[in-house]
Design a protein around this ligand. Structure first.
Ligand SMILES: Cc1ncc(COP(=O)(O)O)c(C=O)c1O
Length: 349
């Protein structure tokens, strides 16, 4: 066999993003490790997929996912030219890095956070400046500004902590910063507040949303950003020509149309979040108050790796991060009441 070509030096050095484990289809596990919605998607989504006109598959889809953008614009009260759609919000994050950060530019974010951010930086040869979260998981505004970054990202609610930065703090940063401020709102449907209004006020703020969590469509791969038309127009230049397929675009639009159904699932998750947090607390765990569809909890004996393995042995998957500051903790997705009961029973055993 001939020798494989050498990748770019920065790519050769990378190890890439480590996704949570995905069981094979049909494998029976209690899956509380990748923050999916525990309920099925809206019946209107299933109907949209079932009834798609085959002619739409023969042709290329709308390059800008036009139907979806129109629906999203109506739901959020913005104009369609303020929306750009992507193959999951991961693609939106990658597009934002490609659009706003070049080799050597500084990219700042509070730490710990979503582990994809450093991977995107490595691919783009962008310099990372991480800033520890301020006390009480508050946004470290001064620290972020002091990095001299060209772009600041932060997840709100944050992963893996589930903590929420209040909008008035986000506004403070938006006022003082002139680069791109990307608020990654993957989990915002489960939270008390969001930063959407800031997009209307500040042309440097981008809010990033996903259908993976609140709309129970992680397998569909659909996300979008809301930002000033000038920002969307720059992002459109770097995106793949037909990045959202016809089926996903129709299904995502149907999901957003059915706000009543989605809201029901959010309310269930929020109620179970309280119940699970209290039950863990009674068992000696320290639980960070969460505004997301998961909790980050510190084990009573600090040995999170052992508990993670023991749960896995019983067919219950949770997420363990073998990283400084997280080794005594597990991130547990809020499941259905039955799934959460199974987890609690296994922990008691
Ligand atoms: C903070 C955050 N942002 C974005 C994503 C990506 O979501 P998706 O690509 O499924 O839309 C995730 C996924 O877990 C996440 O935790």
């Amino acid at each position: 066999m001939s020798i494989a070509p050498k990748a770019r030096p920065n790519v050769e050095k990378m190890s890439g993003y480590t996704p949570g484990e995905q069981p094979r289809p049909g494998e029976r596990v209690v899956k509380l490790n990748t923050n999916e919605n525990p309920f099925p998607p809206s019946p209107r989504v299933v109907e949209a997929i079932r009834t798609i006109d085959p002619e739409r598959l023969r042709r290329y889809p709308s390059p800008s996912a036009e139907d979806f953008r129109r629906t999203a614009a109506r739901v959020h009260g913005v104009s369609p030219d303020m929306i750009v759609a992507g193959n999951g919000s991961d693609e939106i994050l990658a597009m934002a890095v490609r659009t706003y950060l070049g080799p050597g530019d500084v990219f700042a974010y509070p730490d710990p956070t979503y582990s994809l951010y450093p991977v995107l930086a490595e691919v783009g040869e962008v310099k990372v400046a991480t800033v520890p979260w301020a006390a009480g998981w508050d946004l470290p505004v001064d620290g972020l500004l002091a990095t001299g970054a060209r772009a600041i990202f932060f997840a709100n609610p944050n992963a893996p902590t589930g903590t929420l930065v209040r909008t008035r703090r986000v506004r403070e940063l938006a006022t003082l910063f002139s680069g791109l401020l990307l608020v990654d709102e993957a989990y915002v449907d489960f939270a008390d507040e969001n930063s959407l209004n800031l997009v209307r006020e500040f042309s440097n703020v981008m809010v990033c949303r996903t259908l993976s969590k609140g709309y129970a469509l992680a397998g569909l791969r659909f996300g979008y950003a809301i930002a000033a038309p000038a920002v969307v127009s720059e992002m459109n230049k770097v995106k793949d020509s037909y990045n959202c397929d016809a089926i996903a675009t129709s299904a995502a639009a149907a999901a957003l149309e059915d706000q009543a159904y989605a809201r029901q699932t959010w309310e269930h998750v929020r109620a179970e979040r309280v119940r699970l947090s209290e039950a863990l607390h009674r068992r000696g765990w320290q639980v960070i108050p969460s505004q997301a569809n998961f909790v980050l909890a510190t084990c009573p004996d600090g040995n999170a790796a052992a508990i993670y393995r023991a749960l896995k042995g019983k067919g219950i998957l949770v997420r363990f991060f073998d990283k400084p500051g997280l080794q005594d903790k597990l991130r547990i997705t809020i499941g259905t009441a039955e799934e959460n009961d199974q987890l609690l029973a296994a922990l008691s055993a």
